[in-house]
Design a protein around this ligand. Structure first.
Ligand code: FES
Length: 105
């Protein structure tokens, strides 16, 4: 399945991310700027913060309690904020669009 990552400046990256890998891993392994993944996907750093495109919100689901608590510390959090290490790719999510917050570029 593919993910389109959109940088704050509008640059788009369409990346094939293996089934089961996280949206964060897909960005980090392919050098997409704006997603750092400092904690390695442990839901403990919030450097993988993204905004999920409105059209995809129903499919990506809702954050876990721990994720929501990490997001509450992010100054730029919005209702469609997620930690991209907590979104695992599936065939269902093929075509997913996420945007990176300004602070992370
Ligand atoms: Fe650290 Fe997602 S990689 S919270």
């Amino acid at each position: 399945p593919s993910v389109t990552y959109i940088e704050h400046n509008g640059t788009e990256y369409r990346i094939e991310v293996e089934d089961g890998l996280s949206v964060m891993r897909g960005a980090v392994d392919n050098g997409v700027p704006g997603i750092d993944g400092d904690c390695g996907g442990e839901c403990a750093c919030a450097t993988c913060h993204v905004y999920v495109d409105e059209a995809w919100l129903a499919k990506t689901g809702t954050p876990s309690e721990q994720e929501a608590s990490m997001l509450s510390f992010a100054a730029t959090a919005q209702p469609n904020s997620r930690l991209s290490c907590q979104i695992a790719m599936t065939a269902e999510l093929d075509g997913l669009v996420v945007r990176m917050p300004e602070a992370q570029h």
